[in-house]
Design a protein around this ligand. Structure first.
Ligand code: SF4
Ligand code: SF4
Ligand code: SF4
Length: 556
């Protein structure tokens, strides 16, 4: 049970200085910093640890809290971004309110930036510790914010990614509402011919769609769209338009799996839909039967990796190689050439496909992207980059590898949920490496080609991955959120809405009756933009009150 912290109780601050092996202690005098910390006002206990984040380091903090009745803890070690949660939760386990913990970064800000300057690094570490202790003295205990959770998920999009997410979520016992704007499930895969392994793409996705439709606990709405989204993580309200009617659904999380579409640009490299077609159009022709052409030239990066679309669409090279091999297997005497800039064949399976294609007699020619490719009636003229000469290839079919581009309605969907898209119009995840399936907005996730062009395997994997992210939230009894949120003093707020306009999470609303702004705590991410903007200091960020920050600055 947590001890109640009274505002007026005597300060009993414990300061822990981390050596980080020799990472910190090798570049500054940690013993001297520890001795110095003991002289600071309110500090009753200090300890130098070899590794503060190790099990023994954590136990030392927890034992000291109990033994010395500490009511504030300061750790001087590395980045709070990585270690703050570990230390504050460890303090909470020992009975201290976690919001009475403060952290100082003497590794990045002292030992790393002042390497070889031991005296300067040590003096700066003392300054930072003094500031941290001063701030900790003004910290107040806080209560975490709790909210209920609805164990139902809205999946927007019924392609391979959305279907996979729905199936995986249901497999974990969660209720799913899947909304697809088309009248049929399956997305792009429905239109493809075969997958890399030779199996029918349409059959595979149809089988998955059938399983999803048959599952208890999954409601599928085809020919339906999302008209509005309101609320927050755990408690969203979605307005669904279906068969001319609108109805509301409450869900705990949202998965965006709206997919992408292949670029179809009239006139691009002579595209005419007959003798110059896209890879997607080729897929449909191959589905219908043998190809009526024996000299085929495929042109990679058609409409991509240019000024308008700088990105590589990732899936087109493998698609071209797959289709070239299909043609060669069906018509060994066909002349199939792939003009490329560089072949993007991800992973050993696709790398092997490339070698197999060469073995089947598919020709590969690298073209100079700075020189225009001319698609003529019966031939393609290009500049061969390796030979450094212009070549003309006679052909009776040209196939363009055009990129996947965002669906036209992506911007509308993004607007409904107030989530960002990148400069190409694909949905933008919170962090490409650390949170690749999350949006910055809590409780909303993205998977498949809506995020960026993905193979069917990747889209399926991402759909399953998203389900795991959702489950990690919805399997908790309730949502517990950090207490570090903004707070408005209604007695001094003049309702100028300056704070409302700078909040990136739309967590502030204007109360027209009271003529003040109010913070929806559950949406607030504690960024502090509002507090920095308010001209009358009427909005503050808990844990970062002006007087707390000023105490820190004055200690310098
Ligand atoms: S707390 Fe940070 S500085 Fe200390 S040992 Fe761990 S990683 Fe190193
Ligand atoms: S900026 Fe300050 S005064 Fe203006 S509405 Fe927000 S809290 Fe009120
Ligand atoms: S702290 Fe940031 S997220 Fe919270 S209300 Fe202020 S601006 Fe919005």
């Amino acid at each position: 049970m947590k001890k109640e912290q009274r505002k007026d109780e005597d300060l009993r601050i414990g300061v822990f200085i981390c050596d980080c092996g020799s990472n910190i202690a090798g570049h500054l005098d940690c013993s001297s910093v520890t001795d110095y910390a003991a002289t600071l006002p309110g500090v009753v206990y200090t300890k130098e640890n070899l590794y503060t984040c190790s099990e023994s380091g954590i136990h030392e903090i927890q034992d000291a809290i109990k033994k010395h009745n500490l009511n504030r803890v300061v750790v001087a070690s590395c980045s709070p971004r990585t270690h703050f949660p570990l230390f504050s939760s460890s303090c909470a386990q020992a009975g201290m309110n976690p919001y009475l913990f403060e952290m100082v970064n003497i590794r990045d800000q002292c030992s790393w930036v002042h390497m070889g300057q031991r005296g300067i690094a040590t003096a700066k570490a003392k300054d930072l510790v003094r500031m941290g202790v001063a701030k900790s003295a003004g910290l107040e205990p806080q209560q975490e914010i709790e909210s209920s959770l609805i164990r139902k998920i809205l999946v927007i999009g019924g392609g391979i990614a959305g279907l996979s997410a729905a199936q995986a979520l249901r497999g974990m016992g969660l209720e799913v509402l899947l909304v697809e704007q088309e009248n049929e499930l399956g997305g792009l895969l429905r239109q493809l011919n075969v997958l890399d392994d030779g199996s029918s793409a349409a059959d595979q996705v149809a089988a998955l769609a059938a399983r999803v439709c048959a599952a208890d606990g999954i409601t599928v709405r085809t020919g339906a769209t999302v008209a509005a989204i309101n609320g927050y993580i755990g408690n969203f309200t979605a307005t669904i338009e279906h068969e001319g009617q609108q109805h509301e659904e409450t869900v705990g999380c949202i998965v965006v799996a709206t997919g992408a579409i292949p670029l179809l640009e009239a006139g691009l490299l002579g595209h005419n839909g007959t003798s110059v077609i896209t890879q997607m159009e080729l897929e449909q022709r191959l589905k219908q039967g043998p190809l009526q052409a024996s000299r085929i030239v495929m042109i990679q990066c058609a409409g991509s990796r240019n000024e308008e679309r700088e990105y590589c669409s990732r899936i087109c090279c493998a698609t071209a190689v797959k289709n070239a091999m299909l043609i060669k297997r069906a018509m060994p005497l066909a002349n199939v050439r792939i003009l490329y800039r560089d072949m993007q064949m991800y992973g050993d399976v696709k790398e092997k496909m490339l070698w197999d294609a060469r073995g089947l007699g598919v020709g590969f020619e690298v073209y100079d992207a700075d020189k225009e490719i001319q698609v003529r009636d019966g031939s393609v003229v290009f500049h061969q980059a390796v030979l450094g000469e212009t070549k003309e290839l006679p052909c009776d079919l040209v196939v363009l590898a055009t990129p996947l581009v965002p669906r036209p309605e992506s911007a509308t969907v993004a607007g409904l949920m107030r989530v960002p898209t990148d400069k190409n119009g694909f949905f933008l995840e919170a962090h490409a490496k650390l949170r690749p399936l999350d949006f910055a907005a809590d409780g909303i996730f993205v998977c498949g080609s809506a995020r960026f062009p993905a193979t069917s395997v990747e889209a399926r994997t991402q759909g399953i991955g998203v389900a795991a992210r959702v489950a990690a939230i919805l399997f908790k009894d309730k949502l517990i959120k950090s207490a570090i949120v903004a707070q408005v003093d209604e007695t001094s707020c003049v309702g100028c809405m300056g704070c409302l306009n700078v909040c990136p999470y739309e967590a502030i609303k204007y109360d027209s009756k009271k003529r003040v702004c109010v913070v929806q705590e559950i949406l607030c991410k504690g960024c502090g933009n509002c507090a920095a903007t308010c001209p009358s200091h009427s909005i503050i960020l808990r844990g970062y009150r002006p007087e707390q920050l000023l105490a820190q600055i004055r200690a310098l």
